[in-house]
Design a protein around this ligand. Structure first.
Ligand code: ASP
Length: 302
C-alpha cells in the first residue's frame, strides 16, 4: 500500500494566491508519488517532495522564506524514519536551499538528531551539501514585506496565525511505501521578522514531525511557539495508538488540544500505517494534496 500527503502551510491564503498554492502542493505530490510508484522508499519520497516546495518561491521554505529581524533568512527542517525511528533536524541554518536534505544527512551520517546554526552549516560543508547565496533564498515579495514590517510595531506569533496576516507556508510531507515504511518531514523559514536564532516547531521531533511505522506519521504547520508546548505531532500519533481513533479524528483532536490548551493556530497532516489520511486546521485555509493506491487521482485542496 502506497500513500503520500503533503501540505504547504496553514494560514489565510488570499484568493489571488490559491492557484500557485494548488500548483505547488500538486507538483510536490506528483514528485513524491512517482518515487513511490517506482518502488522508491518513503524517505526518498518525503525528501524529494519537500525539495520541490523548497525550490518553489510560493512557500515559506527554502527560496521564498521570511526574513528575520536581522535581515537574514534562517531555515529549520526535520525528517524522521518511522522504520527505525531515526531522525535528523537542522535549525537556524543560512544559505542552504534544501535544509531538509541537510536534516537527512544529520540523520544518515551523524550520531546526532539536531544541529543548529554554524555547527549545522559546518556539517553541511563536510557532507558536500550545496550552499547558495542569500539572494537565492530571498524573493522580492519577502524583502518588501520585511521593509514594511520595520516601519510599524511587530505583530505577535499568535496574531500572525489567527488573523489576516502573512504568517504561512511551511511545507511538509508524510509517505508510506510498499514495504510498510513511513517517513515524515517538515521545512520552513519560520515566522516573519522572527528574532535571530528563533527556532520553531518544525525542526523539533515530536512537534513538527513524527513517524513510527506501527502507527503512522505527522507533519504540522502553524504558530510554532504553541505547537511546541503541546508536542503536537507526537500527541496525534499517541492518540491514534492509544485511543484507536481514525486519522481524521486524531488530526481534529490535535488541533483542539492546540487551541484549547495554548490558544494555538495551525494545521496538521496525518497518514496511518494503513495508508489512511487525516487533515485538520483552525486557520482559514491550509494547502494540501494526497494520493494513494486506493485513489484514481490525487486530491489537491486549498
Ligand atoms: N510552524 C512554523 C514555525 O513556527 C511556521 C509555519 O508553519 O508557518 O516556525
Amino acid at each position: 500500500m502506497k500513500s503520500i500527503i503533503v501540505h504547504g502551510g496553514a494560514w489565510d491564503i488570499p484568493d489571488d494566491m490559491l492557484d500557485e498554492h494548488r500548483a505547488g502542493v500538486s507538483n510536490a505530490l506528483t514528485t513524491g508519488w512517482d518515487i513511490l510508484k517506482n518502488s522508491g522508499g518513503a524517505l526518498d519520497a518525503v525528501e524529494a517532495a519537500i525539495n520541490i516546495m523548497e525550490d518553489d518561491p510560493t512557500f515559506d521554505a527554502g527560496r521564498g522564506s521570511f526574513v528575520n529581524m536581522a535581515g537574514q533568512i534562517e531555515l529549520d527542517a526535520s525528517i524522521m524514519d518511522g522504520r527505525t525511528m531515526r531522525a535528523g533536524a537542522v535549525a537556524a541554518v543560512r544559505n542552504i536551499l534544501h535544509p531538509v536534505t541537510l536534516a537527512r544527512a544529520v540523520m544518515d551520517k551523524s550520531e546526532h538528531v539536531l544541529l543548529v546554526s554554524d555547527g549545522a552549516m559546518r556539517f553541511a560543508h563536510e557532507q558536500n551539501i550545496p550552499f547558495c547565496g542569500a539572494d537565492d533564498l530571498l524573493v522580492g515579495r519577502e524583502f518588501e514585506r520585511w521593509k514594511e514590517i520595520q516601519t510599524r510595531p511587530a505583530y505577535s506569533g499568535k496574531e500572525a496565525f489567527a488573523g489576516n496576516t502573512p504568517a504561512r507556508d511551511t511545507v511538509g510531507c508524510v509517505a508510506l511505501d510498499d514495504n510498510g515504511n513511513i517517513a515524515s518531514g517538515t521545512s520552513t523559514g519560520g515566522t516573519p521578522n522572527k528574532y535571530p536564532g528563533r527556532v520553531g516547531d518544525s525542526p523539533i521531533i515530536g512537534c513538527g514531525t513524527y513517524a513510527v511505522n506501527s502507527v503512522g506519521g505527522v507533519s504540522t504547520t502553524g504558530w510554532g511557539e504553541a505547537i511546541i508546548k503541546v508536542v503536537l505531532a507526537k500527541s496525534i500519533i499517541d492518540a491514534i495508538d492509544m485511543m484507536k481513533i481514525t486519522p481524521e479524528d486524531a488530526a481534529q483532536h490535535g488541533i483542539s488540544i492546540l487551541h484549547s490548551r495554548v490558544e494555538g493556530y495551525g494545521g496538521v497532516i496525518v497518514l496511518t500505517k494503513n495508508g489512511k489520511f487525516g487533515t485538520a486546521f483552525n486557520t482559514p485555509r491550509m494547502a494540501r494534496a494526497y494520493m494513494s493506491d486506493e485513489m484514481s487521482e490525487p486530491v489537491v485542496v486549498v
